[in-house]
Write a protein that binds this ligand. Structure first.
Ligand code: ATP
Length: 160
């Protein structure tokens, strides 16, 4: 019998369903008579994002040591591809997100090209509050959207 096992130890996202990343990390020790083929070229993301992901991955304990390599060139954009920022409170966080959205809009980035991903619905209220304060139009996503579209002042956002 031949068995082909495919997995990425850096994407252990199903632990909440009982998966255990050690299954893939220790596979070569448990089944020594096997061949390993590594796919380390990332064709999805640009180099700065892959660099940030590599640096973060190095902090994962008991990982398989590897570096993802970029395939795509850097974006030809004045905007940084990755910005890391932390806040003390949800309100401060929401304020920073909205101010960053406004900066991007000032730089000519269409609002429809900007998405905010949130951890959970608990993060919505402060964000909605700030988005509404600045009248930024928003289209909710996900299966059970909690963000309601805020009325947009057309004079400020027309054409975007
Ligand atoms: N051979 C290829 N040539 C060009 N682009 C590719 C190629 N393979 C993948 N891509 C790009 O990378 C994206 C991700 O590919 P895919 O979903 O197969 O990777 P993945 O490893 O399953 O990703 P993830 O694990 O992050 O879900 C694709 O949507 C496509 O844009």
């Amino acid at each position: 019998m031949e068995l082909c096992v495919v997995g990425d130890d850096q994407q252990a996202i199903y632990q909440w369903r009982g998966s255990d990343v050690s299954n893939i990390v220790t596979f070569p020790q448990r089944y020594p008579d096997m061949a390993t083929f590594e796919i380390t070229v990332n064709r999805r993301s640009r180099p700065q994002i892959i660099g940030a992901a590599n640096r973060f991955a190095e902090t994962i304990p008991e990982r398989i040591d590897k570096q993802m390599l970029p395939h795509r060139p850097s974006a030809n954009s004045p905007q940084p591809e990755v910005v890391v920022w932390t806040a003390e409170t949800e309100t401060e966080e929401a304020g920073w997100i909205v101010s960053y959205i406004l900066d991007l809009a000032d730089d000519g980035v269409p609002l429809r090209d900007i998405a905010v991903l949130v951890r959970s619905r608990a993060a919505y209220p402060r964000l909605v509050e700030q988005i509404a304060t600045f009248g930024i139009p928003v289209q909710p996503g996900g299966h059970a959207p909690s963000i309601r579209a805020a009325p947009a002042p057309r004079s400020a956002w027309s054409g975007r």
